[in-house]
Every structure is written in C-alpha cells, then in structure tokens.
Write a new protein. Structure first.
Length: 258
C-alpha cells in the first residue's frame, strides 16, 4: 500500500518503521520541521520530504495524520484527499476531527506510551481502530495488523473510555512514581529501594485484580497513619491533595474496615 505520513514524531516513527518492514511503499513524509522529516525519511527509505501541506503527494492510497491532538483539526482543515483513506492517530479525538479530508476516515490509536528514541520492540502493542466506512475499516485494520498482533476495533464512546483508563493506568501512575522520586531526593533516600515494591505492584496485576490486592493505611481506615502522612507533606500542599484524594477514593471503594 502507498502511504504518506503527515507528522514525523513518536507515533510516525513507530508506525512507519513497522509498515516499512511489512513492505508498504512509504512515499512521503510531511513535517513542519525539515530535519525531523528528513530523519524519518532516511530511517524508512522515504523518497520525498516536504514542509508544505500544499506539496503533499496525492498519489498514495492512505494518509496517516500522526500529529499532536491540538494541531490535528487545524491541519486537517487544510487537507483534501478525494478517493483516499485518511487515518488519524489521536486517541481522544473523534473521526469528525478530520471530517472534510476524505470520505473514508479511520483512527489507529496506539494504547501505549511511544517514544521514538526507544521504540517498542513487542509485536503486541495494543492498537485501537475505528472507521466510518467499510473501505476505511478494511484499510485501517490491515495496516494496524501489520503494525501489531493486538488490534481492537471499537467506537468512539468506548475509545474515549480507553483513553481515560490509559491516563489513570499510565500517566497518573507515572506521576505518583515521580512524586515518590522527589520525596526520595528531598529526604536523601535511595529511590532504588522502592523498585521491588513497584515491580510487585505492577506484576501482580497479571494475576490478581487491583481492587482485590489493595493494601495500605487507606484500605485499613488507619486514620492515625493517614494523618501523620499528611503532616509529613505539609511543605507540599499539592502532594497533600493527591494523597487525600486517592485515600478518599480507596476508602469509598473499600468501605468496610479490615
């Protein structure tokens, strides 16, 4: 399949490298940054690079818009690919974000944190697909399956909930670990000492549902310990709010004292 990439960031690198390995013809990459576009083109053997939307090649079969969520609608408004399949990669945005670019529209969203400096090696990175026509669906599913062995087809309502869940599971979890790292630095404690319990927490989710493995002062309703912890955070009221909010949520989910 002949493919043009609009965007040269993390997802563009991930999708392009996988699709190039599968024998797809990557004909061009567009980016506002000529250096970034040239780097991706060199990596995947793309013959053409452009920094102008007006110079995008119209001979491809599919156009993958792998750009930031907040830039997607504005870029899409400037594009028209009649008779082609246009795909965006933004998990939180509906198909309507690219309405007007073509009649056949789809989404391929990576439910995974991707960084181009350290691309995923697994063939099971979850991809979520949505499409508005049979042709768009067929194209998006074929491309997604050439990128990953784990592909879920769903609608926008469920995709939004998956995106929300990903924020809780990945972004918020990472932020809590960043707070723990900062507390370790402030109090000259080795952050590495927490690594075994971090691994335990994440690894046990494959065996036990998180709601069933909850431990700590909140689930025990140990108010004395909770008060001491909040006092220890008095120099960081924003962390106090995080602690208090999560504690309240745990207690609401676990109303019975153990």
């Amino acid at each position: 399949m002949r493919i043009v990439f609009i965007g040269s960031g993390n997802i563009a690198h991930f999708f392009a490298t996988r699709l190039q390995r599968k024998g797809h013809d990557l004909v061009q990459v567009y980016s506002r940054d000529a250096g970034h576009a040239a780097a991706l083109a060199a990596l995947c053997g793309m013959p053409s690079v452009t920094t102008e939307l007006s110079d995008i090649d119209h001979s491809a079969d599919a156009y993958i818009l792998a750009i930031k969520d907040d830039a997607l609608p504005e870029v899409a408004r400037q594009l028209r690919f009649d008779g082609k399949v246009v795909i965006h990669c933004a998990g939180a945005l509906p198909l309507e974000a690219i309405a007007g670019t073509a009649g056949d529209l789809a989404v391929i969203w990576s439910l995974y944190s991707v960084k181009k400096a350290n691309l995923p090696q697994s063939d099971e990175v979850p991809l979520v697909v949505e499409a508005n026509t049979g042709r768009a669906r067929e194209t998006a599913l074929a491309l997604a399956r050439d990128i990953s062995g784990t592909v879920l087809e769903t609608d926008y309502t469920r995709r939004q909930m998956l995106h929300l869940n990903a924020v809780f599971a990945n972004n918020f979890t990472n932020h809590l670990l960043a707070i723990a790292q900062k507390i370790s630095e402030i109090h000259q404690l080795p952050f590495e000492i927490l690594q075994p319990i971090i691994r335990q927490t994440l690894e046990q989710t494959a065996r036990v549902l998180p709601a069933e493995s909850q431990t700590g002062p909140a689930v025990r309703h140990d108010e004395a310990t909770i008060s001491r912890h909040l006092a220890l955070l008095e120099d960081h009221p924003e962390w106090q709010q995080v602690y208090a909010g999560i504690t309240a949520s745990i207690q609401q989910m676990n109303p019975s004292r153990s």
